[in-house]
Every structure is written in structure tokens, then in C-alpha cells.
Design a protein around this ligand. Sequence first.
Ligand code: NCD
Length: 314
Amino acid sequence: MTFRARHLLGIEHLAPDEITTLLDLADTYAEANRKGAAPRDVLAGMSQINMFFENSTRTQASFELAGKRLGADVMNMAMQASSVKKGETLIDTALTLNAMRPDLLVVRHPHSGAVDLLAQKVNCAVLNAGDGKHEHPTQALLDALTIRRAKGRLHRLSVAICGDISHSRVARSNIMLLGKMENRIRLIAPPTLMPSGVADFGCEVFDNMEEGLKDVDVVMMLRLQRERMDGGFIPSEREYYHRYGLDAAKLAHAKPDAIVMHPGPMNRGVEIDGEIADDINRSVIQEQVEMGVAVRMAAMDLLAQNLRTNRDAA
Ligand code: NCD
């Protein structure tokens, strides 16, 4: 087993062998979950605090379920009702919680880099559940597991990531992970939603879906991240759907067995046609959610093992 990390802050810090270790373990948890047989002693006696400073449905629920399935005591902080509203800084909040000696801290925050900063101040293992436009490592890992299970491998695939790339931490983490595992990545977006400096990513860049989707194995769609936009990035949703929304005609340019992915939440009729999203022969969107629990179980298991080793050595 190879997994050296103390925290899971981003894909940037993970080596390919660590990614494979985590995905292999997650695969066993996916099978255990299907049988209803997760080992509840893995995190027994450990406490996990979830701090979500931004809205979340599937990520928070799946971190909570993952912790509970492995036997952790899980606490969800209601950040909307916390002292943050009274002006306490992120670091003071973190130090306060750290004094209660949690083992795992799961954090989502609207500012890029906030979770890295917090990890420097606490003694527990920190998991980044999404920080601004920066990284969302467990999302990229659950996407990777979904791809590996559907395609039988996670290398030498052609993957298109389409839509609001410039505001997306999901895209950034996926670009890094898929790149480390030696896949070909195509980015498809209108020029206004393509990040500056995209040339450094080592991806092929398209502003046209028909060309960009040609013969790809995987089509990954992204939501328009309106909460991170401060102006008009698209002419109208109708126009956007017409040019960049995934429908059957555009999907026909991909390989006949290409899979369709979306991290959720989905805006049907904006970035994706509802019928494509629900087509069980093409869409693996529900499988992504299922793999989310397994990947988070594996991540917390591995970090807890390293935490115990470090504490024993101290
Ligand atoms: C993503 C996120 O929060 O970055 N959602 C998720 O975690 N499943 C993507 C999004 O909000 O569009």
C-alpha cells in the first residue's frame, strides 16, 4: 500500500501510485456498500467534523455517510448558524474546533487556498471538499473510479471536459488527475469560460462541441457556476444550450460507447439535455454519486491510518 499524504488537499500533491492505492481501496468499499457490509471498526473511536461554508448536497451527505459507515462519530457544523456570522475568522474557528481534538476535518470554503491554510493550523487530517475555483480532490477521485469501472482502465482514454471550465474546481482537479494517469484531455468551452493560461494545462482546447467531442471515450459536463461570475459570460442560457448543451446530436460525435458524466447539481436544458442525463445506457451520473461514498470512505481510511502511525511515532 502506498499512500503517504497527511491531508487530502488537492490532486496536485498526489502521486499516481497514491491515486491507484486509493481507487483500489474505494473499489472494495463500493462492493461492500452494495452488500451493506462496510467494516464499522475502521474509524471507530474517531471523530469527524464537517465544516461546509458553501452549499452542498451530495458532497456533504456522502462525507457524512462515509464516516458513519466506517464507524466514526460525525458532526456537521451548521456554518450558517456559527460564530463565523459574528465575525470570527476561519482560522479562529478552526483553532477552536482543533482544541476539541477531532481526527478528521472535512472543509468546503468559497476561497481558493483557504483549506490549505487551515490544514497548517490544526493537528488532525484535513480533507478538502472544494475550495473556491481551486481544487475538489474527492470529486476527481470519484470521477476517476467511475471511469475506471466503466472503461476497465484509467489511462490512454480521450476525455472531454465541457462548459464553464474557468470557474470550476472540478475541472482543475480532473485535469490534474487524468493528466497524471496519462489520458488525453480536451477542454471545450466558449472563449469567455476558458481560463487564461489554459495553454499550460497540456490539454487540447476547442470552442466547438462537434469538433471537441470527436471520438472521445468520456464526456464530462460542467454546470455554469453563476455564483462565481460577476458579469455576462454567456449571451443567454438558450444560446448557451444551443451551442454547448449536450444533446443527442452533439453526443453522436463521441465514440458510440462514450459515457456521459456530470458532477451535479445539474441544470437540465442549460448544459445538458434531460433525456441524455437519464439515459442509463450512456449516463453514469448516478454511479458517480455512488462512487462518491466509496471514495470518501477510502480517503478517510487511508488518512486515519497515517494519522495513527504519526501519533504512535510522536
Ligand atoms: C461541484 C462543486 O461544488 O464544485 N459539485 C459537487 O461537489 N458535486 C460542481 C458544481 O457545483 O457545479
